[in-house]
Design a protein around this ligand. Structure first.
Ligand SMILES: [Zn+2]
Length: 432
């Protein structure tokens, strides 16, 4: 008989930002986070709260002390294309020309496994530099791109979701796949990667115009057979794209309804953008449990439109924030949260509103986890959840140090970080 060594808890003392189950921010100006490995070796939050109270419950524990720093949940990026790293900042006349001119040629290179592995390495380094500990990512249509993504994520022990892009029509040579083979490849990749360590597979029809009916039905069938897998796609990003989808599916009530008719709206189904929706669409999102990945830097960059945060909140539909690199202009959650604030303020296409700083932060952490079906698993630093966290330095730049020192409330402190912060604020990332 062998005995397993008793896992010893770890303790971290700093300012501490957490969220409760309702999404309210909790802040301790002197806090303590205690973590302990579970049977699988994943560090989970054992206890968290004000230093005095928590340390009394764990006497004698060695404590790592970071004075002046903030421990906060790792950020969650709900929609990113890892192969589009080199597409960032490419000028084009809107979405469809941008796809043809830059994106598809860049993605075609991922047929080469060595290229895919090199980009995956850089991608995960970049996520870490920016404090992103979980992402739901598109690979390309090449299975090698998925193996590179998951291989590197597994090596780092990260909680990551991703999948092979399905696109068997209206796509150029080099990225277009074959219907039958694409579904066989997807099934094989699910078997290889889904549920391995902290990895999860996402069935990934690129968007309705790029997938034949047979491919869409096949994707939905796979989603039914693997109910805890994710689905990811795009919807209602841009008016030209909406018109195209409507012309291809005249029988559907709306672009979103196309996915519904194929059976692709369910919990853990994540649709990027969701800009040009109406209230019936939002109700459909809510009723099916599908979630929107809101991509403000991408939407502003490509001039796609403004996500209606007010209508989304009223409908109760799940939603959270995302970079959408390479359409997005930054991996930084601070830049994404600031862009979401701009989009909320915009008051010409919809009523303008001021999103609370703590609500912006929630939409990039605990709220994003809930939208992904990972509530209680990541994003809040609540006891029992996985201990993926970032260490933030509010003195990272002279201006931020000056501004954050003047903050009179948590909202003011968080807003200073959102407006003036970037990757320089992220001092360290600790993953479970
Ligand atoms: Zn996208």
């Amino acid at each position: 008989m062998t005995t397993t060594p008793q896992p010893s808890p770890r303790a971290y003392r700093a300012q501490l930002l957490r969220f409760d189950a309702a999404g309210q921010a909790l802040f301790d100006s002197d806090g303590l986070l205690v973590t302990q490995a579970n049977a699988q070796g994943v560090q989970q939050v054992l206890d968290a709260g004000p230093y005095g109270a928590v340390v009394a419950r764990h006497p004698g524990l060695p404590v790592q002390h970071w004075p002046g720093r903030i421990i906060a949940p790792g950020f969650i990026d709900m929609h990113v294309h890892y192969p589009q790293l080199d597409v960032m900042g490419s000028p084009a006349d809107g979405l469809l020309p941008w796809l043809e001119r830059y994106t598809f040629p860049a993605e075609a290179a991922f047929a080469d496994a060595a290229h895919a592995a090199a980009v995956a390495l850089f991608f995960f380094d970049e996520l870490a530099r920016n404090g992103v500990t979980t992402a739901l990512a598109f690979a390309t249509s090449h299975p090698a791109s998925v193996d590179a993504f998951f291989g590197e994520a597994q090596r780092r022990g990260l909680r990551m979701m991703g999948g092979k892009v399905l696109q068997d029509r209206h796509s150029p040579d080099g990225v277009r796949d074959q219907t039958e083979q694409s579904l066989l490849d997807t099934e094989a990749l699910i078997q290889r990667w889904h549920g391995r360590g902290r990895l999860g597979y996402a069935i990934t029809p690129r968007f309705a115009p790029s997938c034949s009916d047979a491919q869409m039905w096949g994707a939905a069938e796979l989603a039914r057979r693997h109910p805890d897998s994710w689905i990811q796609s795009h919807v209602a990003e841009n008016q030209d794209e909406v018109r195209w989808a409507r012309a291809l599916y005249p029988e559907a009530r709306s672009y979103l309804d196309v996915y519904h008719r194929f059976g692709l709206l369910r919990e853990r189904a994540v649709y990027a953008h969701c800009i040009h929706l109406d209230d019936l669409d939002r109700r459909l999102m809510h009723d099916t449990g599908a979630a929107a990945a809101v991509c403000p830097t991408s939407n502003l960059f490509l001039g796609s439109g403004f996500f209606d945060h007010g209508a989304a909140a009223r409908s109760g539909m799940l939603h959270g924030l995302a970079s959408d690199v390479g359409g997005g202009t930054s991996f930084s959650p601070f830049h994404t949260m600031l862009a979401a604030y701009y989009v909320g303020r915009e008051g010409q296409s919809k009523p303008g509103l001021s999103l609370k700083p703590s609500a912006l932060w929630w939409h990039h952490t605990g709220g994003a986890a809930r939208a992904l079906g990972l509530e209680g698993v990541i994003g809040t630093l609540q006891p029992g959840s996985e201990a993926d966290f970032v260490l933030l330095n509010p003195q990272a730049t002279p201006l931020l140090a000056r501004k954050s020192a003047q903050a009179n409330s948590l909202e003011e402190l968080l807003f200073a970080l959102i407006v003036l912060g970037d990757d320089r604020v992220v001092q360290q990332v600790v993953t479970a």
